[in-house]
Design a protein around this ligand. Structure first.
Ligand code: GTP
Ligand code: MG
Length: 203
């Protein structure tokens, strides 16, 4: 799939204020600063579409973008960053979880994980929560350009071994770099394929 058009639609905190659920939707989540907004921009070939920052906590709302007038891409606030005040983190997490649990056209959640780190508690707990709530997700390793290629395989293997302790089926994973545009084709192909299973919700 080629991204021909990508436009911002709306930002909000309420699932009932999101666009009508008439098109397939994919949401990006992960720890603050993991590269969610950057990956959205890389996929859409537009550095200014989603707001990015080297300071964690940039994305604070549920942001809808419409791609090719065919599907929605959603940028969500990050979790787990220690410097964000607790009350703020809780507020973001509450509306984000509410959105994830109730958004009827949500086809798959992309959980972004920094490819340089081992599995972190916040990611582990979040994926467990997705599993408990029956929300489909895949793992997307980010910032591959910052990792020595020789370490890639070992890091992914360590992740999978740790995940296998809890999960009987491991979620599909993707290797990406927004800097180098690695993995974009694979992610877009996955979205195209997954969208074939979308059943339009009757108005
Ligand atoms: P919040 O909105 O704060 O939760 O963060 P986010 O996950 O949206 O991260 P964002 O895309 O704003 O990126 C955070 C920082 O990481 C920025 O300084 C980006 O330039 C950098 N970054 C993101 N992706 C990559 C990547 O693939 N490679 C490199 N080298 N840097 C990246
Ligand atoms: Mg962001």
């Amino acid at each position: 799939m080629k991204v021909k058009t990508a436009e911002f639609v709306i930002s909000n905190t309420r699932v009932d204020m999101c666009p009508k659920p008439l098109l397939p939707e994919y949401a990006f989540i992960g720890r603050s600063n993991v590269g969610k907004s950057s990956l959205i921009n890389s996929l859409c070939n537009n550095k200014k579409l989603a707001k990015t920052s080297s300071t964690p906590g940039k994305t604070q709302l549920i942001n809808h973008f419409i791609i090719n007038d065919e599907w929605y891409l959603v940028d969500l606030p990050g979790y787990g960053f220690t410097k964000t005040p607790v009350a703020m983190k809780e507020k973001w997490m509450n509306f984000t979880r509410n959105y994830l649990r109730h958004r009827e056209n949500l086809m798959c959640v992309f959980v972004l994980l920094d490819s340089r780190h081992n599995i972190l508690k916040a990611d582990d707990e979040f994926m467990e929560w997705l599993g408990e709530n029956g929300i489909p997700f895949v793992m997307v390793f980010t910032k591959m350009d910052k990792l020595d290629p020789r370490d890639v395989e070992g890091n992914i293997k360590a992740y999978q071994e740790k995940m296998s302790e809890k999960w009987s089926f491991l979620p599909q994973h993707f290797l990406t770099s927004s800097e180098k545009k690695t993995g974009n084709e694979e992610l877009l192909a996955f979205i195209e394929e997954t969208s074939k299973g979308f059943t339009p919700v009757k108005e």
